[in-house]
Design a binder for this molecule. Structure first.
Ligand SMILES: [Zn+2]
Ligand SMILES: [Zn+2]
Length: 346
């Protein structure tokens, strides 16, 4: 395998606008690999950048390549990387930290202030035929995982990190609020850890998937009460009312982990519940050191990543893939296959 001179990238040039561009393949730093991208999942954050042009106070100012849930095959290596890595199928961990600051040296590299994360301005993402990445962040995947599953190791790492923050184990009664892709993955991780899981959401289609994947109860909180006495809340919706109701459903000494991002960044919380029941409450930001375990968990078959894949699109249809989740509640993960001919439709 050799590196081509040019790559093709789907570039967001303005809100709701994508242009496929030909660009030179970047020169590899000594520790980098060049990956031929095979599959990229569309994430809610990609959709926010694309539709709103911003997340919180960070704006898309310049042309940006979106996509951070990616897999592919290594086709070239930098001077300090073993040649034997060429040909390896890999899941791409999209955030490369500095490796030197206090947070990095403490193992919490997700909190590195200098992390460079795919598809977060000004760092380009993976909706492209090729990307360069630090070799240590291109994780080998076994053949038990196909290219889509390898791409979805990224949201699985988010789910695994959240489940571990909550210390989920045998005997836990978990409430997952929000049955989007991350919620459905948290559900599966919690089941694999031996917990019993209730899932709440307002979309019947998504609750049906949750039931299918093994949730013992599914609840639409608009019409039914949440079960009480939960030991763990993993909040994946970011909706203020869901955060409050989820905390209120916790038993004394319950643990709450907030994964979903609140739209306006500020939410009123029931402090009387937090205090009188000694609830532990934390947020999560991405993940650190989760890829190897996420890959092993998916390869073991205990987490079904394929169940999340709802459509596949060629590179020229990134725009359609980004609009789908907003149009169809049943669209969990549109996947982009950058090697597919741009004129074909899947
Ligand atoms: Zn994501
Ligand atoms: Zn750092």
């Amino acid at each position: 395998m050799t590196a081509p001179p040019f790559l093709r990238a789907a570039v967001m040039t303005a809100v709701d606008t994508t242009v496929v561009e030909t660009r030179p393949v970047p020169a590899l730093a000594p520790h980098e690999v060049l990956v031929e991208v095979r599959s990229v999942g569309v994430c809610g954050s990609d959709v926010h950048w694309y539709r709103d042009g911003r997340i919180g106070s960070t704006r898309v100012e310049d042309p940006l390549v979106l996509g951070h849930e990616a897999s592919g095959v290594i086709v070239a290596v930098g001077a300090e990387v073993r040649d034997s890595r060429v040909g390896h199928r890999v899941a791409l961990e999209p955030g490369v930290p500095c490796g030197r600051c206090g947070q990095c040296r403490s193992g919490r590299y997700n909190l590195c202030p200098d992390v460079r994360f795919f598809a977060t301005p000004p760092v380009d993402g993976a909706f492209a035929t090729h990307v360069a990445l630090s070799s240590d962040f291109a994780h080998d995947v076994p053949d038990a995982l196909d290219d889509d599953e390898a791409a979805l190791i990224e949201p699985l790492a988010v789910a695994l990190w959240a489940a571990r923050k909550a210390g989920i184990g045998i005997g836990d009664r978990v409430l997952v609020s929000g049955a989007g892709p991350v919620g459905l993955l948290v559900l599966q991780v919690a089941l694999a850890a031996g917990a019993e899981v209730c899932v709440s959401d307002v979309a019947a289609e998504r609750l049906a998937v949750a039931a299918d994947l093994g949730a013992s109860t599914t609840v639409d909180p608009r019409s039914d009460p949440l079960p009480a006495d939960r030991t763990v809340l993993i909040e994946c919706s970011g909706v203020a009312a869901a955060i409050r109701a989820g905390i209120a459903a916790l038993a004394p000494a319950g643990r709450a982990v907030l994964v979903g991002m609140a739209a306006d960044g500020e939410v009123t919380l029931p402090l009387d519940v937090l205090q009188s029941r000694e609830i532990s409450l934390t947020g999560t930001f991405r993940y650190a050191n989760q890829y190897p375990d996420a890959i092993a968990l998916a390869a073991s078959g205990r987490v079904d990543l394929r169940r999340l894949v709802t459509s596949v699109h060629p590179l020229g249809a990134v725009h359609d893939a980004l609009l789908l989740p907003g149009r169809d509640r049943a669209a969990l993960k549109p996947m982009v296959h950058p090697q597919q001919d741009e004129m074909t439709t899947a």
